[in-house]
Design a protein around this ligand. Structure first.
Ligand SMILES: O=C(O)c1ccc(O)c(O)c1
Ligand SMILES: [Mg+2]
Length: 628
């Protein structure tokens, strides 16, 4: 076919969003949605009339696609059957006032409903005929926990038996995929008989499907369901209506509404683009090929600059350059670049005001900076341009969800990055043989509720893949950790979140006023040589080493060496080994880690996290006692 695909309409159910109906509509419009599904409860609890909702949506440029849900309608014995018809007629009145023509009827969950598809079809046919007379339509959706109708095929069977032009099918990815039902057959339905499509993802959880649906859904790309297969089947049917998000999620209910709405639209754009050109009018530029982290920038003021420079110096970093026009210094050790930014009136200065000494920017090595920026903007990220001095190189940058910056550094084989030319470089003072090889990973602390949004950002914009979830015991609560990793492992970003305020992650969030980088790991060659003697290390208790010998069956002298160097150890099943150690924490904010990977080890030593967290809690207490 040669016709250019038109952009498909994108919608969101009001139940996805926090706040009252006004907040929800404003956020949906601000994000850029075309329409909304009005969830009945949001209308019932709203202070204004349905006509006012219609006016507000109209002013915001939002269509009201659908009113939902209408429950427990089909296949009821009399007298409920008749009462349900009367109940529906009243809802039709509400729909007319709202200015929407589609009502979602979800499958009956009542015990007394009849196991009689013919009756269900007859009831829905009558409802559709009544709707038709008022210019309205009915869509029938199978709830995964319906009494008799649970699968899309059963709902379709009833809809096709009823055979009324004002009755169609509604499919919802969650209900289909949560039951591990095959969405493939949806492709064979006549697309115009599908009246509406709802999309949701979810993490794989072993639990009752109703509880799973009501509390743990998330946006496509944030979970583990094969939403893409579902969407592929829907599009193959020829369905031309809106794609709509319908997510019930406890964290979303508590989250800032505009961020959730923007995440929702980002997830839809991303989901569509993965299926381009079937779906998106303008396919997204491809995700970058990532070659690791080129530099990290720290926001500092003058006293913190001196302090941090001292800390870096003890880890073997040397002052390696002064920016030509700004109060910015480059520190280097081997392949690792750290930049201290004290420039007034800069993005970094603003970051310092908000968060104190902190990582204000990460430089990602990408194959094509402009293309990556175009992709990011298409995925609703904003770009940032820092003022530049005469002749200085432009550095494409975009904002991460926490307000920090991601700089896109073009990786030009063998050549130094363009930004280096903006520095007066100092003659290198290479220490021989023990240089740092790379920034191995950068871990971020997130506030509760931020994991899904950050995960989607790194996945959609940069093509990072979410790894398994780790639960790390801190003495003061649980920390959940999930790493986002580029396909070849060149870029690794663990994301940590904790509900408990006194865990290392919780303390960071309160001390640093929100999400941010809380540790940076450097990859070394032979780690004991790379450590030297200067780095201020976090002490590891002797008990750890006794256990280590038992767990891995290490030789006595190997354990002695680990202990002497304060090293933690992990190994994977394939014989890969991991040696690592942590520094003390700088200004109660962030700390560093040195890691050596051997034999293809690709994890982060999560089994050792508890030891690290406990040691940090102990030194935190000691510091408190010292200052009291
Ligand atoms: O959880 C529910 O009741 C419910 C209601 C309407 C829907 O569209 C749905 O998918 C679930
Ligand atoms: Mg639904």
């Amino acid at each position: 076919m040669s016709e250019t695909p038109v952009r498909r309409r994108r919608s969101i159910a009001t139940v996805c969003l926090s706040g009252d109906l006004t907040d929800k509509l404003e956020a949906a419009a601000a994000a850029g949605f075309d329409g909304v599904e009005i969830f009945e409860n949001d209308l019932l609890t709203f202070g204004g009339s349905p006509a006012e909702v219609r006016r507000l949506a109209g002013e915001l440029g939002l269509a009201i696609d659908m009113f939902q849900p209408f429950r427990d309608f089909e296949a009821m014995p009399e007298p409920q059957r008749r009462r349900n018809i009367d109940r529906a007629e009243r809802k039709f009145g509400v729909m007319e006032a709202l200015g929407t023509d589609l009502l979602l009827v979800c499958s009956n969950v009542q015990e007394e409903s009849l196991d009689d598809p013919a009756r269900a079809a007859a009831d829905l046919r009558e409802l559709a005929e009544r709707a038709h007379q008022r210019g309205l339509r009915i869509g029938f959706e199978a709830l995964a926990w319906g009494r008799h109708t649970r699968q899309w095929r059963q709902a379709w069977d009833i809809v096709s038996r009823a055979d009324h032009p004002s009755l169609g099918l509604i499919v919802d990815s969650f209900h289909t995929l949560a039951l591990r039902d095959d969405p493939g057959g949806i492709a064979d339905l006549p697309g115009e008989r599908i009246f509406y499509v709802q999309l949701a993802d979810a993490p794989l959880l072993e639990m009752d499907v109703l509880q799973w649906s009501r509390h743990h859904r998330n946006f496509p790309g944030q979970g583990q369901l094969p939403v893409r297969r579902f969407l592929q089947a829907v599009l193959a049917s020829g369905y031309a209506g809106p794609l709509s998000l319908e997510v019930f999620n406890d964290e979303f209910r508590a989250a800032p509404v505009r961020q959730t709405a923007r995440d929702g639209l980002r997830s839809l754009i991303y989901a569509e683009a993965e299926l381009a050109p079937a779906c998106a009018a303008a396919p997204l530029p491809p995700a970058p090929k990532l070659a690791g982290i080129d530099f990290l920038e720290f926001a500092v003021n003058e006293p913190r600059r001196r302090e941090l420079a001292g800390f870096l110096g003890r880890m073997g970093f040397r002052l390696s350059g002064h920016h030509r026009s700004k109060q910015v210094e480059l520190y280097r050790r081997g392949q690792v670049n750290l930049v201290l930014n004290a420039e007034p009136d800069s993005a970094s200065a603003w970051h310092f005001e908000m968060h104190g000494p902190s990582v204000s920017a990460m430089g990602f090595r990408v194959d094509d900076a402009d293309r990556t920026l175009a992709r990011a903007e298409a995925l609703l990220c904003s770009r940032w341009e820092e003022p530049r001095g005469e002749g200085e190189a432009p550095l494409p940058q975009l904002r991460a969800p926490d307000g920090s910056l991601v700089c896109l550094v073009e990786d030009r084989a063998g050549e130094p990055p363009r930004w280096e030319r903006d520095f007066h470089l100092l003659p290198s003072q290479l220490a021989a043989g023990d240089e740092l090889l790379a920034i191995d990973h950068v871990a971020q602390a997130l506030a509760p509720g931020q994991m899904d949004g950050f995960m989607l950002f790194y996945r959609a914009v940069f093509g990072l893949e979410p790894q398994g979830l780790w639960e790390l015991p801190d003495p003061r609560g649980l920390v959940r950790s999930r790493a986002m990793v580029s396909p070849d492992g060149a870029l690794r970003l663990p994301l940590n979140v904790s509900e408990a305020r006194e865990t290392a992650t919780g303390r960071f969030i309160s001390a640093a006023a929100g999400a941010g980088v809380h540790h940076i790991a450097f990859r070394t060659g032979e780690i004991s040589a790379a450590l030297g003697s200067g780095a201020p290390l976090l002490p590891i208790p002797a008990n750890y080493y006794d256990d280590l010998a038992a767990r891995f069956g290490l030789e006595e002298d190997a354990v002695v060496r680990l202990r002497a160097s304060n090293l933690l150890y992990d190994a994977d099943r394939e014989g890969g080994e991991f040696f690592h150690t942590y520094t003390s924490t700088f200004a109660d904010r962030f700390f560093f880690e040195f890691v050596e990977r051997r034999g293809g080890y690709s994890q982060f030593g999560a089994p050792n996290a508890a030891v690290r967290l406990a040691a940090q809690a102990r030194s935190q207490l000691a510091a408190k006692a010292g200052s009291a």
